[in-house]
Ligand binder design. Sequence first.
Ligand SMILES: Nc1nc2c(ncn2[C@@H]2O[C@H](COP(=O)(O)OP(=O)(O)O)[C@@H](O)[C@H]2O)c(=O)[nH]1
Ligand SMILES: [Mg+2]
Length: 463
Amino acid sequence: MYQYKGMEDTIAAIATPAGQGAIGIIRISGRDAIAVADRVLRLDGNKTLQQCPTHTVHHGWAVKSQDILDEVLVTVMRAPKSYTAENVVEICCHGGLTVLRTALQEVLNAGARLAAPGEFTKRAFLNGRMDLAQAEAVIDVINARTRASLRQSHYQLKGELSSRLKSIREELMKLYTMVEAMINFPEDAVEAESRQQISGRLKDREDELIALLRGAQTGRLLKEGMRIVLCGKPNVGKSSLLNALLKEQRAIVTDIAGTTRDVLEESAQINGIPVALVDTAGILKAANPIEEEAVKRSRLYIKSADLVLLVLDHSRPLEEEDLALMEQLKAAPALLVVNKTDLAAQMDMGVVQRMSGGHPMIKTSALDAESVRGLEAGIAEFIAKDKDLESQEPLISNIRHIQSLQEAQKNLQAACRLAAEGTSLEFISEEIKSAVNHLDAITGRNIDEDLLESIFSEFCIGK
Ligand SMILES: Nc1nc2c(ncn2[C@@H]2O[C@H](COP(=O)(O)OP(=O)(O)O)[C@@H](O)[C@H]2O)c(=O)[nH]1
Ligand SMILES: [Mg+2]
């Protein structure tokens, strides 16, 4: 098994966030974890952790020489049944920063070294407790912003993605062996028939990869959320709608056109999807350098949006600026939001309809909570279109996984084609092998040291 420099060390870190809390945990892992902990602990009844059975909890005191540092509860977990598959001790202290830092310093003085970010999880992976995709799911669980993305991260942590990949890999290895046998023992094989069979089975595996990749779009959405940009000429109610959607007064609203100068971005959740709501200035023709910059930024935001809400003012006749924006957004993912419907209608809805470019239209009033909920529902419908947000299947969301799957799929596509074309079998075998390697990169069977470094450096210390 792969080892890194320092893997033999016993490591320790504060595993809870910096700051005050009811409790804080110091986690120690490694061969000497229990001996190190015993050096800083005085447990009730004068016992040592060495004498205690695994997976038990003990009351006592953390001490520095004879001085008491804190009253603690200590959990001991012996290898291999622990998070890292090594000996692990968790010391539960009171959650003050000074208490924790002092206790950690004593643990370090007693023979442990400070853990690097993600080092506990890295060991869990290297000791075979979980594969790389599962280890990466740990960080996703911690970072999950919505319940839907948390559920997906748990699927991956439990190994659902890994077992799906494993079954595809097994089948590919069978095919690989078959092709190799045909290369090495040509006299035994009925080649034409076998080729067709192999090509069919390769295609089935490719289809499985395609299905996983299709789910990845939803997976990314659940994890990263989407950016929704409000645009429309000044005074139509963009900032009011942003505030209403956020349910707080975030953007400044006045009846003076041009109140919003800079782009404002705020996060919210719509139907369990994290969204970044962006309010733009809505100025189309700049009168000074500040406005010029505002116009430029608005344009950029509109371009990068996953959804644009084009806001129109129902209480005023359509103007050239409205039409210009509609024209500009014809091919963009957009909803037309007809605002201020609480006021008398001045807008020619027939023209709006005709110019809408087929975008759905939603009538609102920023002053009326009920109609803002209608807008939310419209946005939710747009988000959910063609996606299964409640999917019980593992949805891939990690870019590294997506790229590897795409590469594997390309290999299988080529292998199918080659098998059908009657090309030399060696080329087919090469493609299958390469597909397997790409799948192995996801689960970490194929370890690239630099890659591991970069994956685990994203973790927090103590995880
Ligand atoms: N009656 C009514 N007034 C609104 C509505 N939405 C916004 N307003 C008012 O229109 C003015 C401009 O709103 P604001 O949100 O700043 O527009 P923005 O320039 O597009 O951001 C303010 O006085 C708001 O109170 C609405 O739905 N109905
Ligand atoms: Mg505004």
